[in-house]
Design a protein. Structure first.
Length: 268
């Protein structure tokens, strides 16, 4: 009987003490409406507090590489929610990269989230001409402008009917290529223009065609930091290498779609 009483007391004490060891629910949370922003975008910051402290606002701080670049206070609603907007840009948003949003509420209650910021380049990027070696055919020029990196090489891949652009991407950016039709083109059997296949590091991506004229095609391709190779695949290359049929290109598109993952990029 004595043992049963002791056992009962132990069960009671364990049941009474268990809430003490339960995982604590954070008093405050924070999130943004996106994870990546371009300069000039609006950042929506929101979250909730589990216990409303009357008359106590949420303090918001913005950091870049440990440096405080913005601070503000946000009113908390009766239901514990809060929301505020800030502009991604200004004199203290000097570099592209990761920015930390930290919110504080009451004593010692902190939450953080990270956003990626892409700063616009000052002025228009410089247009440069790259002379592409086309073997016995000679050479042809490709004009380009780039932000977020540098072009290291441009060459013809005759096996894949492609123009291969090697870049060194130091941050998210884009490249505008003015591709002469004599060097590379993508045509249907009726000689009408069709889209190129564009791969970045073997992953198919979307691109934007800016201008189509008689002698060249201008396309803009976005890339991410540390990307290194862009392939623009068409149906014809310089006369030395000839052309492929639209059927082969379609097969190539299907295969590419199967073996690669489409990565959709928002144009800057």
């Amino acid at each position: 009987m004595k043992n049963l009483v002791i056992f009962g007391l132990l069960v009671f004490l364990v049941g009474f003490a268990s809430p003490v060891f339960a995982e604590e629910i954070p008093l405050i949370s924070v999130k943004t409406d996106n994870s990546s922003y371009n300069e000039g975008d609006i950042v929506v910051i929101s979250g909730n507090v589990t216990t409303v402290l009357q008359g106590t606002p949420v303090t918001m701080q913005l950091f870049y590489q440990g440096n405080l670049i913005d601070i503000g206070q946000i009113t908390v609603a009766q239901d514990g929610s809060y929301s505020n907007t800030i502009n991604a840009g200004g004199p203290l948003w000097t570099n592209s990269g990761d920015y930390i949003i930290r919110v504080l509420y009451g004593e010692g209650n902190i939450a953080e989230t990270t956003i990626n910021f892409l700063k616009k380049s000052s002025g228009s990027p410089k247009t440069t001409t790259f002379e592409v070696n086309a073997g016995t055919y000679g050479t042809f020029d490709v004009e380009y402008s780039i932000t977020g990196g540098i072009v290291k090489d441009i060459k013809i891949d005759s096996d894949n009917y492609a123009l291969v652009v090697t870049i060194e991407a130091t941050e998210k950016g884009s490249i505008l290529l003015d591709i002469p039709r004599e060097g590379l083109d993508a045509k249907n059997q009726d000689k009408s223009d069709i889209e190129f296949i564009v791969l970045i590091d073997d992953v198919q991506v979307l691109y934007k065609e800016d201008t189509t004229i008689a002698n060249s095609r201008k396309i803009t391709i976005n890339f991410d930091k540390d990307n290194s190779e862009i392939q623009i695949i068409g149906t014809t290359v310089i006369p030395e290498f000839g052309a492929i049929t639209i059927t082969i290109l379609v097969i190539g598109i299907i295969i590419t779609t199967i073996v690669t993952k489409n990565r959709f990029q928002r144009f800057i």
